[in-house]
Design a protein around this ligand. Sequence first.
Ligand code: CO
Length: 470
Amino acid sequence: MKRSAYSLGLSGSNQEMRVERLDVRGHFPAWLTGTLIRNGPGAFVVGQQPLKHWFDGPAMLHKFSFQGGSVNYASKFLETDALRTSQEAGRLTYCEFATDPCRSLFKRTMTLFSRRPTDSAKVSIGRFAERYLALAETPLQMQFDPDTLKSVGVFLHEDNPIGQMTTAHPHFIDDSMYNVVIRFNRICEYRLYQTGHNYRPRRVAAVSSAQPTYLHSFGLSPRYAIIIEYPFTVNPLNLLLWMRPFIENYQWQPRQATKFFIIDRHSGELVGRCESDPFFAFHHVNAFEQDGELLVDLVGYPDASIITHFYLNRLKDADTRLPHGHLRRYRIPLRQRQRVKYETLATEMLEMPRFAEDTHKMRADYRYVYGIGLNRAQPNGYYNQIVKLDAQHGDARTWYEEGSYPGEPVFVAAPNSQSEDDGVVLSVVLDTHTQRSYLLCLDAMNFEELARAELPQALLFGFHGAYFGA
Ligand code: CO
């Protein structure tokens, strides 16, 4: 293994801090007056115990506040039971994605129903009914105070969350929050929930499954919810016995189809079931109906090997070759039952996809998708460029700087924007030369740099964030 310079983003832990007025190069737009809050792992070691996978670390929130061209920064570990008890014990106390607490320290056999799923909501950020949420795939969604970043409470989809998982990417639309919960039992179910401003989840639909998939997100169109069962599945008995960490119970089944479940999200009826050739995805992008078809855009992979590439020892290897995800459009015929086909919308690889969600969610005319990828001349190692794909024409713009490793780019529309890409994209970038990170601001239209704000530490590579206008 050739240890990479960017291993800095995958090692050790970050400091909690508050910094007024970061050093800024260039000019952040004067209209940018809101807050970007990002989520991700704040450490890759707990006490003496090293973590194995990118998705294992305890959640840390990073906040960037913009005002008059200046940027303030604050970071804080999300206060959870997993964090508190592991700090006291000096080792992992809850089961994470691919690392379990040391087995010999357990007095009794672990099972799905006795294990403690982590409450470290480390994946994404949402705001719903004036509450700010740190979100994860485990059922505890943590509410936090956006001023102090302190935890203020827990939100659950179901009263008894033992033996369930959810997606880290709920949809916020029409004063509702939609999410899918997977209930593990002898008969497993995907359950679609809609939560209104009263914060009481209502079960819209349930689809049973003998061997559920690993589900990171799902699709939503004006009329439908789309749950895709990739052939990366688990025998629930293996989770009940819990002989190995969570994700290691899942297996790729290359001879099985990928299944699409189409739910009318207003009536709750399962209106379609169809199949495609096997593929895997973490992230849906957008979905809409057009001319009797349901079009589902996502970042597709030929198989689920991307998950094993995210083990830290592999990801730190400068020579690693990450599998390439591409923006795919699946066309689901709503009236006939035929095999689902897809087209690749752009040849440039893509992960961590974002678009102008506030204005173009579920719209057939949406055009631009932002994300991270690998530079064609430097295709080894961790993601090293920011991309902007044109989903209508297949073109791409890229931002690349040698030694810089960017995270998810978040699009922020300019006030009274005249076009879909009138605004900026914000990305936290690790600079391996200075061994620190910076917040990069690009003009979303031409992808030229407007400004960067220098951070006093190298941030560990994070996952998702959200921008909240002032
Ligand atoms: Co995600």
